[in-house]
Design a protein around this ligand. Structure first.
Ligand code: NAD
Length: 254
């Protein structure tokens, strides 16, 4: 699927990877609805991208919010051809910490935003995509999810995050198989460590040493590199049902 002329929803579009994907869509002649719980960041990014972008404030794990985002795409641009799920949170907490056991709320929050939020947007977008006219190859839409290498190499303190991202990785194949007959593809990217506001909270020396731990190119990933893979996934119809690591061969030591 070419991006030119197509309509995308990008969750987490106000920041980091989602902002880079939104920019890539507009740069390639597509139109985009940025979906984010952070109204200031989302509205500012949409304004920066101009006429081809809209913003919907939404909690991706909320059904009514998700429906409102789909409706804005239909009302503004008449279609939904693509969904890129980038919204996410990174709850970090040990199972047994100094202050007691892992708070159940923080585990539920990780699962709610990262896994249920991804599935909520995916099912609503797919429901809209099946109503699209298929292109010459029978394709109606593309869904790209964001997992993490934590799905496979979870570190201490990442139980909630790893479980949520493992769920995103696991749903990829069954959903891709189910939606194939409608000409909708589903692919998940598992990023390593990227330079985004999510990582900016870490001290600089920790960021530097994380970058050095990447075998090649020995630095943190750039959001534009993530967006470039999303573009490739959209344009390559043979890519379907796959979880792709984008991590510079990073394998975290326990
Ligand atoms: P980020 O914090 O810069 O952006 C995440 C965005 O999601 C924010 O704008 C935030 O407001 C939004 N968001 C959070 N909860 C939401 C909700 N309930 N509804 C709607 N929007 C919500 O982070 P990022 O680094 O760009 O991360 C993007 C995705 O990539 C996340 O799913 C993250 O887990 C994943 N990821 C990031 C890295 C990394 O190194 N940066 C690595 C692996 C995976």
């Amino acid at each position: 699927m070419k991006i030119e002329g197509r309509v995308f929803l990008v969750t987490g579009g106000g920041s980091g990877l989602g902002a880079a994907v939104s920019r890539m869509v507009v740069d390639n002649g597509g139109r985009v609805v940025l979906v984010d719980i952070n109204a200031d960041a989302g509205a500012a990014m949409a304004a920066e991208l101009g006429d081809a972008a809209r913003f919907q404030r939404a909690d991706v794990s909320n059904e009514a919010d998700g429906k409102a985002a789909i409706q804005l795409a239909l009302d503004s641009f008449g279609h939904v051809h693509g969904l890129v799920n980038c919204a996410g949170v990174a709850p970090g907490e040990k199972v047994v910490g100094r202050d007691g056991p892992h708070r159940l709320e923080s585990f539920v929050r990780g699962i709610t935003v990262n896994l249920i939020g991804t599935f909520n947007m995916l099912r609503l977008a797919a429901d809209a995509m099946v109503k699209e006219e298929p292109d010459g190859e029978g394709e109606r839409g593309v869904i790209v999810n964001t997992a993490s290498v934590a799905a496979f190499d979870g570190q201490i303190g990442q139980a909630a995050y790893a479980a949520s991202k493992g769920g995103v990785a696991a749903l990829t194949l069954p959903v891709a198989r189910e939606l194939a007959r409608f000409g909708i593809r589903v692919v998940t990217i598992a990023p390593g460590i990227f330079e985004t506001p999510m990582m900016a909270g870490l001290p600089q020396d920790v960021q530097d040493s994380l970058g050095k731990s990447v075998p090649f190119p020995s630095r943190l990933g750039r959001p534009s590199e993530y967006a470039a893979l999303v573009k490739h996934i959209c344009e390559n119809n043979m890519l379907n049902g796959e979880v792709i690591r984008l991590d510079g061969a990073l394998r975290m030591a326990p």
